[in-house]
Design a protein around this ligand. Structure first.
Ligand SMILES: C[S@@+](CC[C@H](N)C(=O)[O-])C[C@H]1O[C@@H](n2cnc3c(N)ncnc32)[C@H](O)[C@@H]1O
Length: 261
């Protein structure tokens, strides 16, 4: 028998300071968003513009104050549910994008996969965007992260969802942008070699590579990867992926519809 504690949705704890958010994040954004971050921000803008799920309701997980989002994308939605533990970020988000139709909720969907499944069930008609957050919470070893990614895809199988996230980070500047987008299903090593051409590359692996397996990577009209110079001596390879529900998985008002066959 489940106790009340087990069935309750985990709640976000207020966090002013965080490894990948909070005050330090706001100071970084203030300093770099119009300089070091500007190429990355326009890349994300393109990814978001090309993502057109057939719904007008969105959930954004980890937006901070929307430093990598843009007004034209946010105005598309009749409702945007925000899951963000940083109170200053929530306040700034509302202030920076006053026209967006925000709704702030406290569910902590990153605390465990069951919480993500709860979210998917509770908000069947919403598309879901992970805004540069999964690279910070994916388990950092190959076996655990592989299982975690499988679970995430399963929990969201009935949804339109997308994510941009850190794949690796390094202090070494890339040698060049690849001349053309890496083809689908290229391995991580090949992708790295297309940016860093030889020698030693010391990386932090965020264990998110190919998060969107079975998802449609945007390799037709541009790269699903780009480099983000987060700090003067810190470069991140960021991946974009988007996924559609399989025809037999589409969620309608909390019910999974079954394909007639
Ligand atoms: C790397 S920052 C990215 C912020 C923003 N998306 C951007 O690109 O500027 C990660 C964000 O995730 C938020 N975060 C951390 N844990 C979270 C959780 N459990 N649920 C939702 N957001 C979370 C942090 O507060 C922070 O704002």
């Amino acid at each position: 028998m489940k106790t009340e504690r087990q069935t309750q949705a985990p709640q976000l704890r207020t966090r002013w300071l965080h490894d990948s958010g909070g005050l330090i994040w706001h100071l970084r954004a203030l300093r770099y968003r119009n300089t070091l971050w500007s190429g990355f921000r326009s890349e994300v803008k393109g990814w978001l513009q090309s993502w057109q799920p057939p719904t007008d309701k969105l959930i954004i997980i980890g937006p901070s104050a929307g430093y990598t989002l843009d007004a034209s994308f946010l105005q598309r939605w009749q409702e945007i549910i925000v899951l963000e533990p940083d109170p200053l970020a929530r306040r700034l988000l509302r202030w920076r994008y006053a026209d967006a139709r925000w709704r702030f909720e406290n569910l902590d969907v990153l605390s465990d996969i069951n919480a993500l499944a709860m979210l998917a069930k509770g908000f069947a008609g919403h598309a879901i965007l992970f805004s540069n957050v999964l690279g910070q919470i994916t388990p950092r070893n190959a076996a655990a992260s592989w299982a975690w990614k499988q679970e995430l895809r399963k929990a969201l199988a009935g949804h339109y969802w997308a994510s941009y996230h850190d794949v690796i980070s390094t202090a070494r500047p890339p040698d060049a942008e690849p001349a053309s987008a890496p083809p689908p299903a290229t391995g991580l090593d090949e992708i790295l070699v297309s940016y860093w051409h030889g020698g030693e590359l010391e990386i932090v692996d965020h264990c998110t590579y190919d998060l969107g397996a079975n998802a449609r990577l945007r390799n037709d009209s541009g790269s699903a990867y780009c480099i983000w110079r987060l700090l003067p001596r810190q470069y991140h390879l960021v991946e974009w992926c988007s996924s559609e529900p399989a025809a037999d998985q589409i969620m309608v008002a909390g019910l999974a519809t079954e394909k007639d066959c």
